[in-house]
Design a protein around this ligand. Structure first.
Ligand SMILES: Nc1nc2c(c(=O)[nH]1)N[C@H]1C(S)=C(S)[C@@H](COP(=O)(O)O)O[C@H]1N2
Ligand SMILES: [Mo]
Length: 319
């Protein structure tokens, strides 16, 4: 029986990233074999029946989920299976191992949740997420989602347009950008300590035009229920025409700024990740092609589309 090394995270060409079907049954296999170490996984070709993995969903206000689907935002691709998406996550605050994020979120507290609104805005202050959720009606939208690592998924998000929040808090005319920040709780998220060299907390940004674009969603749910922790509970950004790293998870702060805000991956590796991060098959990552993408949960590889297929909504933003 062959064992292969689990690749470590992000800085890998897509073809070197372990296919998620190998992650799928790893835990169960290791239990069965009495294997304690974390550095081996079952190689391809050894079939084990589907496991009993259950997606854990944090509690939420009654009556929010499932929200009605907005049929304007549907795609021709098949939905990614929920149990595949829930075990293939990038959330470095927990671990750089995509298959293990969901196992490491038990200490992460996502309720109650406050969001601080600050900067060039009339109604600055600290808002309780439950109060915001009473104000902004939720809807479901199926979007393609494309990671810069050249994998993609298709998932039904539940959320509200970021524009609704922006209209409510009234940024002033000085506001040109929106800066967003993730929680910073090393005691609840082991990756923060394990990857201590990263500039935590995670931070991202959009222009005001991007943030108020109709596609830009603040998502609080997925697959018809509240957001599981591994997907960025209780509220995360979804900007589907940009590489996935722009879609910052578990947001605690939204600041309206005059200057373009620095962003986490651009700060770490400016030659590889720019502020804009618009999906573009013609611009390769310095270490791999972006011409195609692999649909997680299948072995299918499909052509990547400019703006991830959302050009009709966003191409005008970029001249
Ligand atoms: N706070 C935070 N947000 C984050 C990340 C992260 O590590 N930390 N990873 C990003 C990347 S690279 C991707 S591809 C998506 C993954 O979202 P998913 O796990 O729900 O599929 O989240 C993005 N948002
Ligand atoms: Mo990503």
């Amino acid at each position: 029986m062959a064992f292969i090394q689990i690749p470590k995270g992000w800085h890998l060409p897509d073809h070197a990233v372990t296919p998620e079907h190998m992650y799928m049954n790893r835990r169960r296999f290791m239990q069965a074999m009495g294997i304690a170490g974390a550095s081996t996984i079952l190689g391809a070709g050894c079939a084990i029946a589907e496991d009993e993995f259950v997606v854990e969903v944090p509690p939420s206000l009654p009556g929010l989920y499932p929200a009605a689907r907005n049929e304007k935002y549907t795609v021709t691709r098949e939905l990614t299976r929920e149990k595949v998406a829930a075990r293939y996550n990038n959330f470095y605050e927990f671990t750089t191992n995509k298959g293990k994020v969901h196992e490491l979120t038990d200490k992460f507290e996502v309720h109650p949740w406050q969001i601080e609104i600050s900067g060039f805005v009339e109604k600055s202050g600290t808002y309780d997420l439950d109060d915001l959720l009473k104000r902004f009606p939720l809807e479901e939208r199926v979007y393609r989602f494309r990671c810069v690592e050249a994998w993609a998924m298709t998932v039904p998000w539940t959320g509200f347009p970021m524009k609704a929040l922006i209209d409510y808090v009234q940024p002033t005319s000085a506001a040109k950008y929106v800066r967003m920040v993730t929680f910073h709780r090393p005691e609840q998220a082991p990756g923060i300590k394990a990857q201590s060299w990263y500039p935590w907390p995670y931070f991202e940004g959009l222009t005001m035009a991007e943030a108020t674009n109709e596609l830009t969603l603040l998502a609080t749910g997925i697959y018809g229920h509240a957001m599981p922790k591994q997907h960025g509970a209780p509220i995360r950004l979804v900007a589907p025409w940009k590489y996935g790293f722009k879609s910052i998870k578990s947001i605690v702060k939204i600041e309206f700024t005059k200057q373009q805000p620095p962003t986490f991956w651009n700060e770490l590796a400016p030659a590889e990740y720019d502020f804009w991060a618009n999906v573009n098959p013609d611009v390769p990552h310095p270490r791999w092609s972006q011409a195609t993408e692999r649909l997680i949960g299948t072995m299918a590889r499909v052509p990547t589309q400019r703006y991830n297929g959302y050009g009709e909504y966003v191409a005008h933003l970029y001249g």
